[in-house]
Design a protein around this ligand. Structure first.
Ligand SMILES: Nc1ncnc2c1ncn2[C@@H]1O[C@H](COP(=O)(O)OP(=O)(O)OP(=O)(O)O)[C@@H](O)[C@H]1O
Length: 744
């Protein structure tokens, strides 16, 4: 039964429409003609709620429809613009059912930029009076589906249309293709049988012997050992776990075990696997470089089956863009289906940061026989760009859903007996390749960082733990203004400014002195004064060699990494922009930086915000400005010039000195968004939460912020309620990858 009457260019609702009758509001903006649609889109564009790109996409659909002799429905064009808009906000598609059920929620209205000062009152007024949710309140799901299905701009993907409707999910074709390629890449790998399948076969026996050497016996289930076995068995595997649960340790053991299998395998004639290690950002790659190097140096090579040596396990980690061969001015990589990577095993760390576009490119560039292992923390924020690939793949990780055959195989090869609650007769193929590590080795049982992160992640942040962080009940966590129920914004911001300079060691238990972790005494928590003092007090000059400057830069970059202010927002006094300005003023006042040196003063830390292939700098790279005596001499005087020192990012500890004039997209980085901090960790992390709620404040954001702290964590809130409320909101990215893999 049709619930709508459709006329040219308009739709109206049957008055007696039953069940899925949409909400009616008295003054809802109307969408009865293309003229009305154009006006709406124009208002939203001017209000900077939608992008010019989104309007252009709707216009494109309009033209394509007309070319095919179709008079486009305003609703189809509206949904096209919204689908494009949602991609800009990290969604892979729009789920029409959720959109029409609660459009405010699905479209995150009011937007963050509105609440925090970027949008003017007039712009906000436009959104309030022409609220997209009210426009959509007049539309039912069946009506939307019918109009889309009837449009020539939409198909189920089987022929080339700019929009794809898959169930109730509306995609831009490009995004739908990415998801398809990822799903196909995973599926074909999961379906491939490996030599390890038979637990009694020689390959599995070698693996079992290697696992015995690599993992010490321990009471209870050793989830690292089980993860290692599962990942060895499958051409595609995911190892997920919170901070310090041993993802790196496990993957290094995995690579050693696989090389043992390779060297013992008669049909490989001693040939080792070609292994590559990658991470989405330079920072993440550098961090993995360090930890993997440590882990490889501890491997018991002489006891392993076969004759595996240290050279067989790479320790160099590259960025995914470098690995795939990024090229200037195009999103196409050098390596693709026609020019695959020369690799047998690819490991990608910090996979939560990989968006659907990049992940699809990885699958394109992988030869079909190659094994892919993804590592990451499923509970962290999803990628900045569209998708939440790792999160989706790990949706069922906590309960594992291993089939009885998987459990039997695991027992035979790794000796681990998994608890019954992880067994599921109906587990899907993907479940058999996902392993979750469940014990943190980095944080001790009494660590506040661990307990707070767990409570946030489980959604169990209760009065007890809040009271503990307020009252200094943990030696590693402080809530600097936790007792302030109605913090004064001016005083709170001033406090942030002071804290960012000193790190407030006095606020920690015993002044931060004498904390021993894993047998080592920690140095006290610091703020930015620490690294700036190194710059101010160095003794290098015109006589110094480049190697000496490199050494200084390494030391300063390391010291800068000791502390980082993280925040949720970009704009406004509680966002990156406001806080960077605030902290800069404080550092000037304390004479740690000097305005006489101009914008490129010694000590200015900068974050690269867009890939620069010519300079080899990637989005997320951080450099520190130095004043160096390398200018043209001015008579007798040495002339100082500004140079920004960046870690070389090639797996060595080299330094690149770049002239500021060559740097294109960057920002000062005393404060960084939690999003940007993914893949990094800092000795002391301070999380600043704003004075009111925003759609971006979520459980994942707070969890990611807390877990960036290695040893010390401080919290400052513009309003104490925001902490608890944020953990009640979860990121919900519309996407269909998990659904597709469930169906296959
Ligand atoms: N089974 C284990 N027994 C003892 N120590 C371990 C074990 N596994 C890991 N560790 C130690 O715990 C620390 C964290 O391990 P690792 O770096 O492998 O974890 P991760 O999950 O990769 O960490 P991150 O969160 O930084 O990615 C390291 O010091 C490592 O040596």
């Amino acid at each position: 039964m049709s619930r709508t009457r459709q006329t040219d260019n308009q739709f109206t609702l049957d008055l007696d429409a039953p069940d899925d009758t949409p909400r009616q509001t008295s003054q809802a903006p109307e969408l009865n003609s293309l003229t009305q649609l154009n006006e709406l889109l124009e208002h939203w564009r001017q209000a900077e709620w939608i992008r010019p790109l989104d309007v252009a996409f709707a216009n494109l659909i309009h033209s394509l429809c007309k070319e095919q002799g179709e008079t486009p429905e305003p609703l189809v064009l509206l949904l096209a613009a919204l689908a494009s808009h949602q991609v800009g906000r990290g969604h892979v598609c729009i789920d029409l059912a959720s959109l029409l059920d609660d459009a405010d929620r699905a479209l995150a209205i009011p937007p963050e930029e509105g609440r925090n000062g970027h949008l003017s009152d007039e712009q906000l007024e436009v959104l309030a009076t022409l609220n997209p949710a009210e426009v959509l309140a007049q539309v039912s799901l069946s009506q939307a589906m019918a109009l889309l299905e009837n449009s020539q701009a939409v198909s189920d993907g089987s022929h080339t249309t700019p929009l794809v409707l898959d169930g109730t999910h509306l995609y831009l074709r490009r995004l739908w293709r990415y998801e398809q390629r990822i799903a196909e890449g995973i599926e074909t790998r999961l379906a491939a049988q490996t030599a390890l399948e038979n637990p009694q076969g020689p390959a599995a026996q070698t693996l079992a012997r290697a696992l015995d050497v690599l993992f010490q016996p321990q009471p209870g289930v050793d989830y690292q050992r089980a993860a290692c076995a599962l990942a060895a068995r499958n051409r595609f595997a995911v190892i997920t776990g919170g901070p310090g649960t041993g993802k790196t340790t496990t993957v290094v053991n995995l690579l050693a075990a696989l090389q043992a299998v390779a060297t013992e395998s008669p049909d490989r004639a001693g040939r080792r696997f070609r292994i590559r290690l990658a991470a989405p950002t330079g920072k993440a790659a550098a961090r993995l470089n360090e930890s993997i190097g440590n882990a490889v140096s501890k491997l018991p090579f002489t006891q392993l089956p076969g004759n595996v040596t240290q050279e067989d396990i790479p320790t160099r980690v590259t960025t995914l863009h470098r690995l795939l061969g990024s090229r200037p001015d195009t999103r196409q990589f050098r390596h693709n289906h026609d020019n695959p990577l020369l690799v047998d095993i690819l490991v990608i760390d910090e996979a939560s940061m990989v968006d659907v576009d990049l992940m699809a490119s990885v699958f394109d560039a992988l030869p079909s026989h190659a094994q892919l292992v993804l590592l990451g923390d499923k509970d962290q924020l999803a990628s900045v760009d569209a998708g939440a690939v790792l999160g989706e793949l790990c949706q069922r990780a906590r309960k594992a859903h291993y089939r009885p055959q998987t459990v039997k195989w695991l027992n035979a090869v790794s000796g681990q007996s998994l608890p019954d609650e992880l067994v599921d007769n109906n587990g899907i193929g993907l479940d058999q390749a996902v392993a979750m590590l469940r014990k943190s080795y980095r944080f001790t049982e009494d660590s506040g960082i661990r307990q707070l992160a767990e409570a946030v992640n489980d959604g169990t942040l209760g009065a007890n733990i809040l009271e503990q962080i307020r009252t200094g009940g943990f030696s590693d966590v402080i809530w600097l203004n936790g007792h302030d129920h109605r913090p004064d914004p001016v005083a709170t911001l001033a406090r942030i400014a002071r804290h960012s300079v000193s790190g407030s060691p006095e606020a920690f238990h015993n002044g931060g002195n004498g904390r021993i972790v894993h047998g080592q005494e920690l140095s006290t928590p610091t703020g930015y004064r620490h690294y700036l003092s190194l710059i101010r007090n160095h003794q290098l000059g015109a006589h110094s060699t480049r190697a000496e400057w490199d050494e200084l830069a390494r030391e300063v970059i390391g010291a800068f990494n000791d502390f980082q202010i993280l925040c949720a927002l970009r704009q406004g006094p509680w966002g990156v922009e406001g806080l960077n300005e605030l902290i800069t003023q404080q550092l000037l006042a304390e004479k740690l930086i000097h305005s006489s040196e101009g914008w490129w003063y010694a000590g200015r830390p900068v974050l690269i915000t867009g890939n620069d292939y010519n300079l080899g700098l990637m989005n997320g790279d951080i450099g520190i400005t130095f004043r160096v005596p390398w200018g043209e001499p001015d008579g007798e005087r040495v002339s100082l010039v500004s140079r920004v020192a960046f870690p070389s990012g090639d797996g060595t500890d080299g330094i690149r000195w770049i002239s500021p004039s060559r740097l294109q997209q960057l920002e000062t980085v005393y404060a960084m968004t939690v999003h940007k901090s993914q893949g990094s960790e800092f000795n002391h992390t301070c999380l600043v939460l704003p004075d009111r709620m925003s759609p971006v404040l979520t459980r994942e954001l707070v969890y990611t912020g807390i877990t960036r702290a290695k040893n010390w964590f401080s919290l400052i809130t513009g309003n104490p309620e925001v902490l608890k409320e944020s953990t009640g909101q979860q990121v919900n990215r519309a996407s269909g990858l998990a659904r597709q893999l469930m169906q296959r």
